[in-house]
Design a protein around this ligand. Structure first.
Ligand SMILES: Nc1ncnc2c1ncn2[C@@H]1O[C@H](COP(=O)(O)OP(=O)(O)OP(=O)(O)O)[C@@H](O)[C@H]1O
Ligand SMILES: [Mg+2]
Length: 471
């Protein structure tokens, strides 16, 4: 994800500031040109008024037009035109009647203005080297002898118009600039304020003690972020449950490790005092047993951690034939089984390989634990069967079955918990074997079931794993 998209503040500022910064100058542009159009219309109207004033003073004496124009009439201050003012009156036969005789004649193709009920043209021109705005008014004249149309042209230089345009431009720029600056400030403030509740959540979380897993106050945040905080709280609840489990696991593990060490200490004390070589041999054998069970416990704790966190697994993840693995583990267990007078065997109904993709070390650990339990709990004279087969559709099944006492159904949901053992157990163990099995099965997205043995008496542990997509 690009860096900018990570920041809510950045995204909000981008989406608010960019349109504002673009739209306000656009608005300034419209305001300015709108203002110029209005001002030009007003100036043109003033020009027309001047032309009409002149037109009203045209007199027709016999066949000749003349203009009686006092200077007062030429005072255009009423119209507030400013600048220089020129005019010319042209007679019915295009002869010069009054005004400036070098005034340029009305160019062809200048359209009639539709804005006024008069025959008037407005156009831009140049006169005496300066740009001017001209109104050309056609004035019907009629007398006894002649009838026709006189042309009155009035022009003004553009100083006042450009002064006004300039003022308009400056005012618009100042106004819109202020508006822009204010808008930016308001947006910055609003975004900061809008995000403040999230900031409070952050500060609250950062100030917390590591141990503090109390939920955040959902009511203190805006409705939009409530769902987010609620999800965070649910996560914290899950986290605290996990922390609790961890704590009790560590306490249990420490307790379990302390016991054999305490026993060892006592046994060593006894050994030190023992003079009789025969009795000393017995004590040493007992010390050996205790050491072995302590070492096994330490190994089990390591296995559990490995299964949980996938440590050490990278190298051993591969395609594995469960049947070959079952054969291998079964063979390895034969000496122990014989010692316990247990008949161990592999179910040979199918000799097809059962390929799955998984962690060889962990899966072997799983099978060893199941076989170990079966030999340990089924007891002398019993029979243990290991089975690995493919079950349609796409399931690999690994089973260890014995015809021992089995596990009562109400105990089955508990025996996979860490350190849990069925009460009244006479055989040594720490209650971690099935917890390790469960963890390894979960890591492989499989399923673990404790079932009745197919013969009726005994336990059948069934592990279902997804078959390898690679084979
Ligand atoms: N095949 C079985 N037959 C009867 N009971 C069993 C069998 N397998 C497990 N159990 C019962 O389930 C309990 C939990 O087994 P688990 O393997 O988790 O621990 P454990 O064998 O007691 O100790 P550990 O395996 O850590 O040495 C055992 O104490 C035992 O009571
Ligand atoms: Mg066990």
């Amino acid at each position: 994800m690009p860096k900018g998209q990570n920041s809510l503040r950045g995204t909000l500022l981008l989406w608010l500031l960019v349109p504002t910064v673009v739209l306000l100058p656009l608005n300034a542009f419209w305001t300015y040109f709108g203002g110029i159009t209005v001002a030009n219309t007003a100036y043109d109207r003033s020009l027309l008024v001047s032309a009409r004033t002149i037109a009203e003073r045209i007199q027709l004496d016999e066949k000749k037009l003349s203009l009686e124009l006092p200077y007062a009439a030429l005072d255009m201050s009423d119209n507030d035109l400013g600048g220089d003012f020129y005019f010319r009156v042209t007679g019915l036969k295009r002869e010069h009647v009054a005004g400036f005789d070098d005034f340029p004649s009305l160019p062809p193709n200048v359209p009639l203005s539709k804005a006024y009920p008069a025959l008037v043209h407005f156009y831009d021109a140049e006169y005496r080297g300066r740009p001017v705005r001209v109104a050309a008014l056609h004035q019907p004249v009629s007398g006894d002898a002649i009838t026709g149309v006189a042309l009155i042209q009035v022009a003004e230089t553009l100083e006042s118009r450009s002064a006004l345009t300039h003022r308009l431009l400056i005012e618009t720029l100042v106004q819109q600039g202020l508006l822009l600056a204010l808008s930016v400030l308001v947006i910055l403030f609003a975004v900061g304020r809008g995000l403040r509740p999230l900031e409070r959540v952050r500060v609250d979380l950062e100030r917390r003690d590591v141990q503090d897993l109390t939920p955040l106050d959902e009511a203190a945040v805006p409705s939009e972020t409530r769902a987010f905080v609620a999800a965070l709280n649910r996560y914290v609840v899950r986290l605290s449950k996990m922390v609790e489990l961890r704590k009790s696991f560590i306490a249990n593990a420490a307790h379990q490790l302390r016991t054999p060490i305490a026993v060892l200490k006592t046994q060593i004390g006894v050994a030190k005092r023992e003079k009789d070589p025969g009795a000393l041999g017995d004590v040493l054998a007992a010390i050996d047993d205790t050491t072995q069970s302590a070492a096994r416990l330490a190994n089990q704790l390591l296995s559990l951690t490995r299964a949980e966190h996938g440590l050490d697994t990278g190298a051993s993840v591969a395609s594995i034939d469960l049947l070959a693995m079952a054969r291998h583990v079964g063979l390895e267990a034969v000496p122990r089984a014989m010692e316990s007078e247990v008949d161990i065997g592999l179910d040979e109904t199918s000799d097809k390989p059962v390929w799955i993709y998984g962690d060889a070390v962990l899966l072997q650990e799983l099978l060893i634990n199941l076989v170990d339990n079966a030999i340990k709990y089924a007891g002398p004279g019993s029979r243990v069967t290991i089975r690995a087969l493919l079950e349609p559709p796409g399931r690999a099944v690994l089973e260890v079955e014995d015809n021992g006492p089995g596990i009562p159904p109400h105990e089955r949901e508990h025996v996979c918990k860490r350190f849990y053992r069925v009460a009244g157990q006479t055989v040594a163990g720490s209650g971690l074997g099935l917890a390790i099995v469960q963890e390894i099965v979960s890591r492989h997205n499989g399923r673990l079931e404790l079932l009745d043995a197919s013969t009726g008496k005994g336990l059948r542990v069934r592990v279902e794993l997804p078959v390898s997509p690679h084979v």
